[in-house]
Design a protein around this ligand. Structure first.
Ligand code: NAD
Ligand code: MG
Length: 403
């Protein structure tokens, strides 16, 4: 890495990826300084982070949370507190910033991720939903501005590491025939549909290998996470859908593989700890110490693989169908999933209602070819309305079943 200190904005700093990012940054104070931290409303965590890292800006999405943070920070803390979407986009695109960790959860992350891409930053992409929704806008912004997109999702980070790289560091496709995206199978890998029907939010969030935020944990349980990652892989690596294959690998040791025309398969292996892909993104093209213990192959002993079961996990099929339909179908699929997952976490629909809500929303809302952020946001809004409109029916049905 060059001797110049890199200035970093961490968007979603209070979440699971945000905390892991700060853990890696904390190990390398000479190489990085914090320009901005941003989160939705967790005042207490943001307060502690501001005191420790002394960023130039702290952005809260919520205005009341920003006011509370401002009151709590001591006068001698130089951090300026801002709030709202415009502030978020400006700390993602400011001239002073080199690297942006996009780790907000869900569609809410799209405007700031796009702002960072348009401004030509090193964009460390954890917020997969922004790419699923606005893939062609985001990839166009990266190409036009000369931004560097570094995937943080462990599978895409693994693929990035195993892909041939052009002289300018852009992943190329020389000799690649396909990529194999590994999936742990989640906590319900061996559950029947009848068991999944009665699954609780806590059971869905009890991931066997990874500790993550609740939304992505539910996505992992339904395999919609792999569906979103399937779409993400097509965009990032410019692959046709038939070049991406999902393989269930319950140990989450192989994070994904690239298959070459000569029969070679290159894989990236490691303990399931997000600090590895985060350190890779922060340090690229150099390697940084991440705090992750090396993999003990003897202790690991066994690696298993199986095909995904789309009968029990229809979300994977729905994501593939959304890619095939193209245009805003992927944004509609993502928005319906966000509504369904939030309703499941709130206890108002069943786990098995999630794919049904997504499928009906994809039928109800017509997709278009998006040319602007406004087109993507309009599709997102229509899908949210359609999916929300279905919730009462599921809630009533479930109440009837319980009586
Ligand atoms: P999380 O729920 O733990 O954290 C989300 C963060 O986003 C928090 O800091 C929250 O304050 C912030 N946030 C939420 N809504 C916001 C809004 N409207 N405006 C501004 N900030 C907002 O989520 P997470 O598990 O850290 O996941 C973050 C993203 O990374 C997701 O897109 C997820 O799919 C992706 N990802 C996570 C993991 C993981 O291991 N956690 C792995 C791969 C990819
Ligand atoms: Mg992943």
């Amino acid at each position: 890495m060059s001797s110049k200190q890199r200035r970093v904005s961490v968007l979603g700093s209070t979440g699971s990826i945000g905390l892991n990012t700060l853990d890696v940054l904390r190990r390398h104070p000479q190489q990085f300084s914090l320009y901005a931290l941003a989160a939705h409303s967790s005042v207490q965590t943001m307060h502690e982070q501001c005191l420790e890292f002394q960023p130039r800006f702290a952005v809260m999405m919520d205005a009341d949370a920003a006011a509370a943070l401002q009151r709590k920070l001591p006068a001698e803390c130089a951090t300026e507190v801002l709030h709202g979407q415009d502030a978020l986009c400006s700390v993602a695109s400011a001239d002073e910033v080199d690297t942006v960790m996009a780790a907000i959860v869900g569609a809410a992350g799209l405007p700031s991720t796009l702002a960072a891409a348009n401004a030509g930053k090193h964009v460390l992409l954890a917020n997969k939903e922004s790419l699923v929704m606005g893939g062609h806008l985001l990839m166009r912004a990266v190409r036009q501005s000369g931004a560097t997109l570094l995937p943080i999702d462990s599978e895409h980070n693994a693929i990035f590491q195993c892909m041939p790289v052009d002289a300018n560091g852009t992943p190329g496709q020389r000799g690649v025939s396909k990529v194999l995206l590994t999936a742990s199978g989640g906590p319900f890998r061996n559950w029947s549909l009848a068991q999944m029907r009665d699954a609780t939010p806590d059971q869905a969030c009890a991931h066997p290998n990874w500790s993550m935020g609740r939304k992505i944990s539910v996505d992992s349980a339904s395999l919609m996470n792999k569906g979103l990652e399937f779409i993400e892989a097509c965009w990032i690596f410019d692959l046709r859908p038939d070049q991406v294959e999902v393989v269930v690998h319950p140990q989450s040791i192989i994070h994904s593989l690239v298959q070459y025309v000569d029969g070679s398969l290159l894989a990236q292996l490691g303990n399931p700890d997000m600090r590895t892909p985060i350190a890779y993104g922060l340090g690229w093209p150099e390697r940084l110490e991440s705090g992750v213990a090396p993999l003990d192959l003897i202790a690991t002993a066994q690696l298993d693989f199986e095909a995904p079961d789309e009968g029990r996990f229809p979300c994977l099929r729905l994501a593939r169908e959304a890619v095939a339909a193209g245009g805003t179908s992927m944004a509609i699929c993502n928005a319906a999933n966000e509504i369904a997952v939030a309703a499941f976490l709130a206890g108002s629909v069943r786990f098995t209602d999630i794919p049904a809500i997504i499928e009906k929303t994809l039928e109800e809302v017509a997709a278009v070819e998006p040319t602007s952020l406004a087109d993507v946001e309009a599709a997102d809004a229509r899908a949210r309305e359609a999916a929300s409109g279905q919730l009462a029916m599921y809630t009533d049905n479930n109440a009837l079943r319980q009586n």
